[in-house]
Design a protein. Structure first.
Length: 378
């Protein structure tokens, strides 16, 4: 969306350039310069900082530009001099209303975006009346309604696109939750089978041994009973500490789906094996951290026309699960990443390291690629 806004800005700049210079005599020179930089320069700055900004920060930037644009339009009134303007001429700012209303639709909820559109469109009426000295009020009103019609089309497209994006995110999260729940049910079934086997092999055998204690070695019976009690206690403690477990196959399935949804330019490899299930909360955190690492790589790694190679490696072991996301892109200096950068600090490091037994590291150097590692140890 930021790139589209910048392209639209350049398009409108080409259309408005002649009017911009022709109207220089009707406003204070410094206002003309500052307003031009604010309206046409701000989107270019947004494009420049977009690769280093989170989605939340980009929405804030779009909202800020909408406000800046409105200020530039309204400030034309006190900056207006040497009027009135010729009837066929209109202030160059009033023909660019869509540049402010579309970013508002990206940054804010639909109700606020549509209210912003109406406010900006009707604000054109007094500006047009002031510009031509009040010669034709009806023309100014007609232009305001025409602006509403044109901007409404662009705002509707932006609103639908943002709504669709939110629905896709919600559907993805719901699908992941459903998969984890199904995995948890499977794991519970496996645990139930394990419990049934324990009851058959240990508990019943101990009961039979105790029933025939008079014909068997009582010391061996006591040892068997103690061993059975210990195994039951271990099972109880494990069930209490890990309420929801999933099989490793579901982790692999979730990773495969998430990687494919994030980028089609990454290879996925699995090393080692693991029979023991793992907590669903750990699996979910590892998958989401992997997706965030891949998303950062897609946005930030490319520096030249050469394609960037990305590899996701899942290492499985009896006491460990580890995922590495590696690319050969431009890299960066981790020490220079601001503390408020949500992608690295919260989505990867903070989310994973907040879980017991989990860890996350980011290794990168400018020009040498990046390796993000997340894992969990029992």
């Amino acid at each position: 969306m930021t790139t589209v806004l910048a392209a639209a800005t350049l398009f409108f700049l080409a259309l408005t350039a002649s009017s911009f210079f022709d109207q220089a005599q009707y406003s204070y020179p410094y206002w003309q310069l500052v307003a031009g930089i604010a309206v046409f320069g701000t989107p270019l700055v947004m494009v420049a900082v977009a690769p280093w900004s989170s989605l939340h920060q980009l929405r804030i930037l779009h909202g800020a530009y909408a406000v800046i644009f409105t200020i530039a339009v309204l400030s034309w009134v006190p900056a207006f001099i040497n009027g009135p303007m010729p009837g066929e001429m209109a202030p160059w700012t009033v023909g660019l209303t869509a540049l402010g209303t579309v970013p508002a639709a990206i940054a804010w909820r639909p109700v606020a975006a549509w209210a912003f559109l109406l406010g900006n469109s009707f604000a054109i009426t007094p500006i047009r009346i002031l510009a031509d000295g009040g010669a034709d009020v009806s023309l100014a009103v007609q232009f305001a309604f025409f602006t509403i019609t044109v901007c409404a089309a662009f705002t509707a497209v932006a609103t639908v696109a943002m709504g669709a994006g939110r629905e896709v995110d919600a559907a993805t999260a719901a699908a992941r939750t459903s998969t984890m729940r199904a995995a948890a049910l499977t794991a519970r079934g496996e645990e139930q089978a394990h419990l049934d086997a324990l009851v058959h092999d240990e508990v019943i055998a101990t009961i039979f041994a105790a029933a025939g204690a008079g014909r068997s070695d009582s010391s061996s019976t006591r040892l068997q009973a103690a061993r059975t009690i210990a195994r039951l206690r271990e099972l109880k403690d494990a069930t209490a500490s890990v309420p929801e477990l999933i099989h490793v196959d579901y982790l692999i399935q979730g990773l495969t789906t998430s990687i494919n949804e994030t980028t089609d330019a990454a290879t996925f490899t699995v090393e080692g094996t693991r029979r023991k299930p793992l907590p669903s909360s750990i699996a979910s955190a590892l998958i989401e951290a992997t997706v965030e690492a891949l998303r950062n790589s897609v946005v930030h790694a490319a520096a030249t026309v050469e394609p960037v190679s990305r590899d996701v490696l899942l290492r499985l072991a009896t006491d460990r699960v580890e995922i590495s996301v590696t690319d050969d892109g431009q890299g960066f200096d981790p020490q220079s990443v601001p503390a408020n950068r949500l992608g690295i600090v919260v989505s990867i490091l903070g989310r994973v390291q907040a879980l017991s037994g989990a860890y996350a590291t980011v290794v990168s150097k400018p020009g040498e690629g990046t390796c993000v590692t997340v894992g969990w140890t029992e």
